[in-house]
Design a protein around this ligand. Structure first.
Ligand SMILES: Cc1cc2nc3c(=O)[nH]c(=O)nc-3n(C[C@H](O)[C@H](O)[C@H](O)COP(=O)(O)OP(=O)(O)OC[C@H]3O[C@@H](n4cnc5c(N)ncnc54)[C@H](O)[C@@H]3O)c2cc1C
Length: 416
């Protein structure tokens, strides 16, 4: 039985581990924290998953909150002007639902399931020297430690990385009494964008203590008018400042937040990071290499909610490639080839993120304007969050966009 070690019990590592375990592999997870420490630890990114990722979780029996958590089936994207006026909206149903489950709850339950099914779970903060020792004991070592320090072992890929500094400062709050006072149960994910300031994103959030609330993610452009949270230290303070910001910059959205409360004073996350793509393989010596997965190697800004979706899809692809490889050695050439296969998909994801992080090109504005008039375009755009590869080439190129729009706007001629 082939032995696989996975460093990090997060979105990609656990998914990969459980998938391989189901296929008969001998799998060991090395995690810096116990399941209980993860559950009782600080909040992580909201990680709204779109339907293709949810289906991958369902295949493994990991969709444990299918009947309890509020899933959303619509997407609203609203645009405002910097002087506080509402500009326009794109609204569409999503073809299949998505959901955001607190990762602390997910990882806790998934670790229990992994161990129950025969997986080995070791608690240790992996260091670079541990990695070399692991390559001697295992057929393959995969590093899934997210943004943690081990990622720095993986060299930046300058050809694939487009950022030198954080594109946004992030504040995420878990709130209640939002949209519908008394009860937060709503069926849409909403992204509100103000040119030059940033974006706010809201969606239902199933918090680890079985509280159905919402997350509010604020993506402020550094130095812009939304960038006001540096001094705020508590959840209550962050929410107060958020409301002030909403009242002045997005008054057309303010009402939905007027009565919002934070569910606990520590139910927040605040920080920033530079999006980066790293080379997927670390050569520890002339014969030993390790392979990176998830945020360790492809770290995107959460503006279009892709990191967790990518981590899930990458875990699924890596598992398929591991199984296909049979008894052959997992050498560096195989590792690079496996990552490259995923990059064929993720290059679209990364481009999609960058389009949202940049001031919109005129042809992108044309697509958005066309989406107001033509529901099919709105639907293509909104459903593209589930599979960003489907947004290209038309979202990435002026000429392709023109052809796409005219194809969708031209009425079909009746025959005869
Ligand atoms: C504010 C915010 C909002 C987000 N919203 C979304 C969203 O809506 N949709 C979406 O798809 N994505 C979203 N993301 C991104 C998503 O959360 C991540 O991309 C995803 O969790 C990455 O999975 P991963 O497996 O690479 O890392 P993680 O899930 O972070 O797991 C890494 C694990 O490794 C462990 N670890 C670290 N170092 C070590 C070590 N040395 N030894 C052992 N273990 C170690 C950590 O404790 C952790 O448990 C968001 C991110 C942020 C910051």
């Amino acid at each position: 039985m082939r032995k696989i070690a996975i460093m990090g019990a997060g979105q990609s590592g656990l998914h990969l581990a459980i998938r391989l375990l189901k296929s008969g592999y001998d799998v060991t997870i090395v995690s810096e924290r116990t399941a209980e420490e993860i559950f009782n630890g600080p909040p992580t990114g909201a990680t709204y998953l779109f339907n293709d990722s949810l289906l991958l979780e369902k295949e493994l029996g990991l969709d444990l909150w299918n009947d309890t958590a509020c899933h959303s089936t619509a997407f609203n994207i609203n645009f405002g002007t910097p002087d506080g006026n509402y500009a326009f909206s794109i609204n569409s149903k999503t073809s299949k639902p998505g959901v955001s489950i607190d990762q602390r709850l997910k990882f806790y339950q998934w670790i229990k399931l992994f161990v129950k099914n025969g997986g080995k779970f070791i608690v240790s903060d992996t260091t670079p020297s541990d990695l070399l020792a692991c390559t001697e004991q295992f057929d393959l070592v995969v590093v899934s430690s997210g943004k943690g320090p081990l990622a720095k072992l993986f060299e930046r890929d300058d050809n694939k990385s487009t950022h030198e500094k954080p594109a946004r400062k992030l504040v995420q709050l878990h709130i209640n009494n939002f949209e519908h006072p008394e009860k937060t149960k709503f069926t849409s994910i909403t992204l509100d964008a103000v040119m030059g300031a940033g974006e706010i994103i809201t969606a239902p959030f199933y918090q680890k203590d079985d509280i159905q609330c919402a997350f509010l993610l604020i993506e402020s452009i550094p130095g812009g008018p939304m960038d006001i949270f540096d001094d705020a230290k508590s959840g209550t303070e962050l929410l107060k400042k958020s409301k002030e910001m909403l009242r002045s910059l997005l008054p057309w959205r303010y009402q939905a937040f007027e009565n919002a409360d934070i569910i606990r004073d520590d139910a927040f996350l605040k920080g920033s990071f530079t999006p980066i793509v790293r080379k997927p393989v670390v050569h520890l010596n002339s014969t030993s290499s390790v392979l990176g997965i998830g945020d360790t190697v492809i770290l995107n800004d959460p503006i279009v909610g892709q990191g967790g979706n990518n981590a899930t899809k990458m875990a699924n692809l890596y598992a398929q490639e591991i199984i296909k490889h049979g008894d052959k050695p997992f050498d560096a050439a195989w590792m690079n080839k496996t990552f490259d296969k995923f990059w064929e998909y993720s290059k679209h994801v990364n481009r999609f993120c960058d389009i949202f992080l940049s001031p919109p090109a005129p042809y992108v504005v044309d697509i958005l304007q066309a989406a107001i008039q033509q529901p099919e375009i709105a639907s293509d755009f909104v459903n593209g969050f589930n599979n960003p590869a489907g947004l290209f080439p038309w979202l990435g190129d002026e000429e392709e966009a023109r052809m796409y729009i005219s194809g969708k706007m031209t009425p079909v001629q009746a025959n005869g």
